[in-house]
Design a protein around this ligand. Structure first.
Ligand code: FAD
Length: 547
């Protein structure tokens, strides 16, 4: 019997590599592609901010357009998801609801509720994983039911598991022709709302445009430069370039406009044709594997996004200081490098990985000793790529609460940015109030004389704040605190401790071979002075002068 199906888009806002949508089309005589715009859910569970709202609406509009080209449409129904489903299942005689399987607790709860509703109203539910490379449950199973807590162990498990799931084929007009599409009247009634309909300020528009079309375009642009792809080495990318020095694909992965599996296999094809290519942890595939690592750990760690009740996270008495937190958030720390990054984040919703390092270290173990949870919440609100697992995982890392153990390395808010942008062009762009300072003062304008400040048209303490802390004193003090915490909580520290760092280049044809080699070499690598610590790879670029 063929179904009458509601396909519920949640995160996978795309038509390429969408296995559950394909399954829905193959099993249905009528298909209603639906996005439930549940504002309370999106605000309370995902803490979605204005930039991401705009990005989401653009992604929905793009999905609607792309569905239109295949003879269907997207129905955006506003309301509480359970009420919406209850109502439309009855109205449209629905026998099946299909949806993407997600790992966040709030999405899992939603799916469980939909299952209950299905039992009550008599429809079937089908969900499939496609937001990560693997179904993370398989990784957990192979690791004895618990998550591998170091990247090295994680790669070893993957080497046993084999390659990730292969992307499913692209959907075609023929796929949609087999099922009845929603009435055009419905499409009119349930059109994608405009930002103004949702009272979202048009000013909060990021230069990044949402949607599968834009995501695929960016993907193709990067993949044409095969030399760049094969030599990509994350620590060598630049945090303060005026255009992203990494792929900038994260917002598209985060909202599922792009499939990570598609990207992974496109990279494999390029690697297969190259004599040499970079490898995890620093290669592009290595970045996707970091993503997968955090997804896996988050999927099986209780209270992953908080300190309390989180078994892998150090329990630290962070300071509670709303005023200092506010200054950090609003780019008022008085350190131009930190404030420029926070301004880019607020205006555009994306910052480079090492820029994230700089501001996260400053807020937590470096200077302010404020909880990583506070920083994570600010990122959640402002980032276009905000992601439950990756955000929390990286915040724990940066604050040395878990995963990262070279805690004596603290980023200097003056010297860090200088190395890759000595003229301070990045600061001049995002903090125009400082733009007339000579380069020698741009990272520490408070050291300019009164006369020089007048000439630059910016008086420190009046037009731009003095530094909110003495970095040397604050970081020395915090280092002692951290040392003490780690001595006291030695057992927690050990849980996520990996080896120290070096990078090994193995010329070889494809990733599976690499992973196999890594698996085989697992014990040999243990003897090396380390390889698989993400921050280490980033520090390699930064430690030479400014840590
Ligand atoms: P590329 O270097 O081009 O990498 C390609 C893809 O690999 C990325 O799009 C991303 O999906 C994945 N990736 C790259 N680095 C990491 C990493 N360290 N951990 C996990 N996955 C990675 N990334 C998010 O997607 N969402 C977040 O909420 C997020 N919060 C972060 C918070 C902090 C404090 C830090 C230090 C990092 C955070 N990251 C987050 C990770 C990383 O900074 C971004 O994924 C990366 O900068 C995105 O840019 P890109 O797409 O150009 O990355």
């Amino acid at each position: 019997m063929l179904h009458r199906t509601i396909h519920l888009f949640r995160k996978e806002l795309r038509l390429h590599d969408n296995p559950v949508l394909l399954a829905a089309l193959e099993s249905s005589e009528a298909l209603y592609p639906v996005y439930i715009l549940d504002r309370a859910f999106l605000t309370s569970s995902m803490h979605i901010g204005a930039l991401r709202w705009n990005f989401l609406l653009q992604s929905l509009e793009d999905l609607h357009k792309n569905l239109g080209q295949l003879g269907s449409c997207l129905l955006v129904i506003q309301g509480e998801y359970e009420l919406v489903l209850r109502d439309h299942v009855r109205r449209w005689n629905i026998t099946q609801v299909t949806l993407d399987a997600e790992m966040e607790p709030f999405y899992k709860e939603m799916e469980a509720n939909i299952q209950c509703l299905g039992a009550e109203l008599g429809f079937e539910v089908l969900s499939l994983v496609s937001h990560s490379l693997y179904n993370t449950q398989r990784i957990l199973d192979l690791n004895g039911g618990s998550p591998p807590l170091t990247y090295k162990r994680f790669l070893h498990i993957l080497s046993l598991l084999g390659d990730p799931e292969v992307p499913v084929r692209n959907l075609t007009a023929e796929d949609f022709q087999r099922c009845r599409a929603p009435d055009p009247d419905l499409a009119e009634c349930y059109r994608v709302p405009l930002p103004v309909d949702l009272k979202i300020s048009p000013e909060s528009l990021s230069p990044w445009r949402g949607g599968e079309t834009e995501g695929l375009l960016r993907l193709e642009q990067h993949l044409t430069d095969q030399g760049w792809v094969t030599s990509f080495t994350k620590p060598r990318t630049i945090p303060n370039s005026l255009l992203p020095s990494t792929t900038g694909l994260s917002p598209y992965f985060s909202m599922g406009c792009l499939s990570v599996r598609t990207f992974f296999y496109r990279l494999s094809n390029i690697y297969a044709q190259a004599k040499h290519h970079s490898l995890p942890p620093v290669s592009l595939q290595g970045q996707l594997l970091w993503r997968e690592f955090f997804y896996t750990v988050a999927s099986a760690t209780p209270n992953f996004t908080q300190m309390s009740g989180n078994p892998i996270c150090l329990q630290i008495c962070w300071y509670k200081d709303a005023e200092r937190l506010h200054k950090w958030k609003m780019a008022q720390t008085g350190f131009p490098w930190i404030d420029a990054i926070m301004t880019q984040l607020r205006q555009e919703g994306w910052i480079h990985h090492l820029a994230r390092h700089a501001v996260a270290c400053f807020l937590t173990r470096g200077d302010l000793w404020i909880s990583w949870e506070e920083g994570m919440k600010v990122f959640e609100e402002l980032l276009l790529d905000a992601d439950y697992s990756i955000n929390a995982g990286n915040w724990m890392w940066l604050s040395a609460s878990a995963f990262f153990h070279q805690y004596t390395r603290i980023f200097c808010p003056v010297r860090f940015g200088k190395r890759t942008d000595p003229q301070g062009n990045y600061i001049r762009k995002y903090l125009p109030v400082l733009k007339n300072f000579p380069s020698k003062y741009i990272y520490e304008p408070w050291t300019a004389s009164e006369e020089e400040q007048k000439q630059a048209g910016c008086i420190i303490g009046q037009d731009y704040p003095f530094p909110m802390v003495n970095h040397k004193e604050a970081s020395d003090h915090n280092l002692q605190l951290m040392k003490q915490v780690r001595e006291e909580q030695h057992k927690t520290v050990q849980l996520t401790r990996g080896e120290r760092c070096c990078s090994i280049h193995i010329p070889c044809a494809d990733t599976q071979t690499v992973l196999r080699n890594l698996g085989l070499w697992g014990s040999a690598l243990g003897a090396f002075p380390g390889c698989f610590s993400m921050l280490d790879t980033n520090i390699m670029s930064s430690s030479s002068g400014h840590c």
